[in-house]
Design a binder for this molecule. Structure first.
Ligand code: ADP
Ligand code: MG
Length: 316
């Protein structure tokens, strides 16, 4: 099977046609129309074998996650994603791998109504780079908008994906472990929640490097301090049942890979934010406040600093 047959068989079907696509996959470039009164949002993320996933990872999981991690960045901006471009570097044309990879990728793109409009295929050490294109109405959510006095909210539960890492290859898994592994393998992108929080939240960030590290990015970009309350960090019952309280909190504060979002919301918009989350059926939890300063700290129940330093995943 040559490169063109491979693309036609596994990737062209992931293009969902609608009338915004003017030139579809197969030409030298794809062409889409620009929605009136909207801004274009672009992001790219790369997954490299050995760095972002282990060599024996199920290709369906790699496919799903390569879209989900990118869609989470779109969500963090309040964007509606629409299109993807896939740059695929593969060591060989292993059909079973390609079939499963494209299944996982298609599953995630489909879930968020996105269309794969193009890409590039090359031979080399396995690496997957996906570019997403979307749009936003009005001002996007950014990292630099947090204001002193804002409440810090977080979607979903934290630490589940980190809790999954050490049991990914365990078999059999009990129900709680299965939940954690599911959170790692098929993370949700909080697209519709974030779109509903446009004009309500002052700032947002994708917590992919760990809560403390990413809270640090909001603090730096917005020139504010961040006080988090350890007792209020949302931890799933599965994470609590598989790990000790201390381990679960460590995962929730420093582990990445959950792809939940952190928002800062002014007091007068809080009720509206909770109402939007309830409408979406997504848990939104108050975990702290934006304060004066430039710190990120996490306070224990007795208001003592328990963790001051943000550590998260850094590539270099
Ligand atoms: P070129 O020779 O100009 O680089 P390609 O042969 O890479 O063109 O691509 C031919 C067509 O196939 C293009 O429309 C491109 O967008 C699409 N394509 C290539 N690789 C992929 C892929 N991995 N996924 C989706 N579409 C792809
Ligand atoms: Mg090419």
């Amino acid at each position: 099977m040559d490169e063109f047959e491979l693309i036609k068989k596994y990737f062209s079907p992931l293009e969902k046609l609608d009338n915004s696509i003017i030139v579809r996959n197969g030409d030298d470039a794809a062409v889409i129309s620009v929605p009136e009164q909207k801004s274009i949002v672009l992001s790219v993320d790369t997954l490299v074998e050995g760095i972002h996933f282990l060599p024996d990872t199920d290709p369906e999981v790699i496919g799903f996650r390569s879209a989900a991690v990118n869609l989470s960045d779109m969500a963090a901006m309040g964007a509606q994603p629409g299109y993807g471009l896939l740059s695929l570097v593969i060591p060989n044309n292993d059909e079973a791998w390609l079939r499963n990879f494209s299944l996982g990728l298609g599953e995630c793109l489909d879930k968020y109504d996105c269309s794969l409009i193009g890409g590039d295929t090359a031979r080399g050490p396995l690496a997957i780079s996906l570019t997403m294109v979307g749009h936003v109405s009005g001002s996007p959510l950014t990292r630099d908008g947090a204001k002193i006095g804002d409440t810090i909210l977080v979607s979903g539960t934290l630490g589940d994906a980190s809790g999954a890492l050490s049991i990914l290859n365990k078999a059999p898994l009990d129900a709680e472990e299965k939940f954690l592994v599911g959170r790692y393998e098929r993370p949700s992108a909080r697209i519709s929640l974030s779109m509903n929080l446009l004009g309500i939240a002052n700032a947002a960030i994708d917590i992919s490097d760990g809560l403390l590290a990413d809270a640090g990015h909001i603090a730096a970009a917005s020139d504010v301090g961040i006080d988090l309350l350890a007792n209020s960090i949302p931890i799933s019952s599965s994470l609590s049942s598989v790990y000790t309280e201390k381990e679960a909190l460590e995962f929730a504060l420093s582990g990445g890979d959950d792809y939940e979002l952190m928002y800062t919301v002014p007091q007068d918009a809080l009720a509206e934010a909770y109402a939007m989350a309830a409408k979406e059926g997504i848990k939104l939890t108050k975990i702290g406040m934006v304060t004066e300063g430039s710190h990120v700290r996490c306070l224990s129940g007795e208001n003592q600093d328990i963790i001051l330093k943000a550590k998260g995943y850094k590539h270099f």
